[in-house]
Ligand binder design. Structure first.
Ligand code: NAD
Length: 515
């Protein structure tokens, strides 16, 4: 059956004052800071400053820019405790989710783009089969677009929000980052760090604000890098299309996991548990649904339920305190509850969890659902919470058909001891990435593109495309100085040269038989 795309909830929870945005710690309910809600006029001023600062930054060259990025890498390591504290305070996530998936990513990304960025953007000498350019120098070069807008979500304020500024800067652009209004503090802290590392004034600016600030940003930049819901992504694409600027869109997902009958069931159960509950399920590439071949189904379900039951949920108190942290965005809690209630009402069983926890902070119990099918929202819409619906399938074909029965196509995973068969199944899944006997790990491979198929996005981050998208391409053709005064095909037309040229084309392209 057709699947439906999740409606992004309205942001109506904690925000009242139109001029300032309070930032809440979701694990305690306390307001920990207030940031400005920037107006379109203020965004326009920032854009003018960013444009003025860009040429000097471009003139730093790869070496100069790499030096700043490598200093920033060390700055992140030196300041990791403060960054983790900031991330945890504004998201309510666990120490481990911040340290591993955010500090670990930032450390790797600053180094990767500093070292590999120049190679991806180096001039390419091109060889051509075109006879008309024999002897000429052909170059493909990448030049920075100018001013880049980066708009990010709340689930990873450093990794997939601020993280996209790194290649944009390394390419020689100035950047204005519009972090989520829910989690603006991490970006502000990182911008402070980059200034300390020698990034010139106004090359990176943080535009705090809500959706309207993001919309205003698109009106001024040369390219927009957006990460967020599919619903907002469409609006961003429309706004970019009106201005004819490129947009790179990293959107929602409903990642399937397929467990074949010959899988290592213990490994599959551990991965299903971790990658569905990590970051309280608030990862675009979380495992959101599982399809298990019938012979392994009972054992897999028993193992996953047991493992999920043991997870501790609640307010993180430093390393090793809990496995599952808070639900960061208030309206997300309503979506999670709705998906569980909808499934139960249609016949699903809750094996563990199923409820919001009582007391301070916003937490949802790690939840396993069975007897699920594609009439239920939990199997077709992005839940973005600590829930794992598991469905029994008769064979791999049914698993692939159901995995592909989705508007989304971000990531996927397949578990099988027969890696060739696993890879063959992975190739049939319509997703931007597919892991065999693993999940989500592709995100850490900065050399590989990370992007969505179908309604999960356009374009990708990471790899060559992840930095070239912040540049325009320029083709350069250089004719040596000892060239003829004019080419043979030029005026005046003469029968002899025209016939010779026609003969040349027949010789080059007309040989051999048509089959
Ligand atoms: P969202 O779409 O509600 O908001 C994302 C950002 O867009 C926020 O900064 C918001 O202020 C801004 N925004 C809102 N309206 C705008 C407009 N009209 N113009 C410009 N900007 C506007 O998403 P969210 O709730 O913050 O994040 C959760 C979603 O992000 C999930 O769907 C998740 O799957 C997705 N996500 C995707 C990836 C990926 O790499 N594909 C990574 C992380 C999160």
């Amino acid at each position: 059956m057709a699947t439906v795309e999740q409606e992004a909830p309205e942001r109506n929870g904690i925000i009242q004052d139109a001029g300032a945005i309070p930032v809440e710690n979701p694990a305690t309910g306390e307001i920990i800071a207030t940031v400005p809600d920037l107006s379109p006029e203020q965004v326009a001023e920032m854009a003018a400053k960013g444009r003025a600062a860009q040429p000097e930054w471009e003139a730093y060259g790869f070496d100069g820019r790499a030096r700043v990025m490598l200093r920033a890498q060390k700055w992140v390591m030196d300041n990791a405790p403060k960054i983790v504290e900031t991330i945890c305070a504004e998201t309510g996530k666990t120490f481990e989710d911040a340290e591993l998936a955010e500090i670990g990513y930032a450390g790797a990304a600053f180094g990767f783009w500093a070292k590999d960025g120049p190679g991806y953007l180096a001039d390419e000498r091109i060889k051509s089969s075109q006879v008309l350019v024999k002897g000429k120098k052909l170059i493909l070069r990448y030049r920075p677009l100018g001013l880049i807008g980066v708009i990010g979500p709340w689930n990873y304020p450093l990794t997939n929000s601020f993280g996209d500024c790194i290649p944009a800067l390394m390419a020689g652009n100035s950047v204005i980052m519009k972090p989520s209004e829910i989690t603006p503090l991490t970006s502000l802290l990182l911008a402070e760090g980059l200034r300390e590392c020698g990034l010139p004034e106004n090359v990176l600016q943080i535009a705090t604000g809500r959706g309207a600030t993001g919309a205003a940003l698109i009106e001024h930049v040369d390219m927009i890098m957006f990460t967020g819901s599919t619903k907002t992504g469409r609006k961003v694409a429309e706004a970019a299309a009106k201005r004819l600027i490129p947009a790179s869109l990293e959107l929602g997902g409903k990642d399937p996991m397929i467990v074949l009958a010959d899988a290592d069931v213990e490994r599959a159960a551990n991965f299903a548990t971790y990658y569905s509950m990590q970051n309280a399920g608030q990862t675009c590439i979380s495992i959101e649904r599982v399809y298990v071949e019938e012979p392994l189904y009972d054992e897999f379900v028993a193992k996953v339920s047991e493992k999920v039951r043991e997870l501790r949920v609640g307010k993180p108190e430093g390393p090793g305190s809990v496995e599952v942290g808070a639900i960061t965005f208030p309206p997300q809690m309503e979506i999670i509850k709705d998906h569980v209630a909808d499934a139960v009402q249609k016949g699903a069983r809750v094996l563990t969890g199923g409820n919001q926890t009582a007391g301070a902070g916003r937490f949802f119990e790690p939840t396993v659902l069975v007897d699920v099918d594609h009439t239920m929202k939990c199997m077709t819409e992005e839940t973005f919470g600590p829930t794992l619906p598991i469905m029994k399938v008769s064979d791999a074909d049914e698993a692939v058909r159901l995995a592909n029965d989705s508007v989304y196509g971000l990531g996927a995973s397949v578990f099988s001891r027969d890696t060739e068969r696993g890879e063959a199944v992975a190739r049939r899944v319509q997703a931007g990435a597919a892991n065999v006997n693993d999940a989500m790990i592709n995100y850490t491979v900065l050399e590989l593109p990370m992007g969505g198929a179908k309604s999960s996005g356009l374009g990708s981050r990471h790899g060559a495309g992840g930095i070239r998208k912040y540049c325009s391409q320029q083709a350069i053709v250089v004719t040596p100085k000892l060239a003829m005064k004019k080419e043979l095909f030029m005026y005046p037309y003469k029968s002899r040269t025209s016939k010779a040229l026609a003969g040349l084309f027949r010789f080059l392209y007309g040989r051999g038989q048509r089959d």
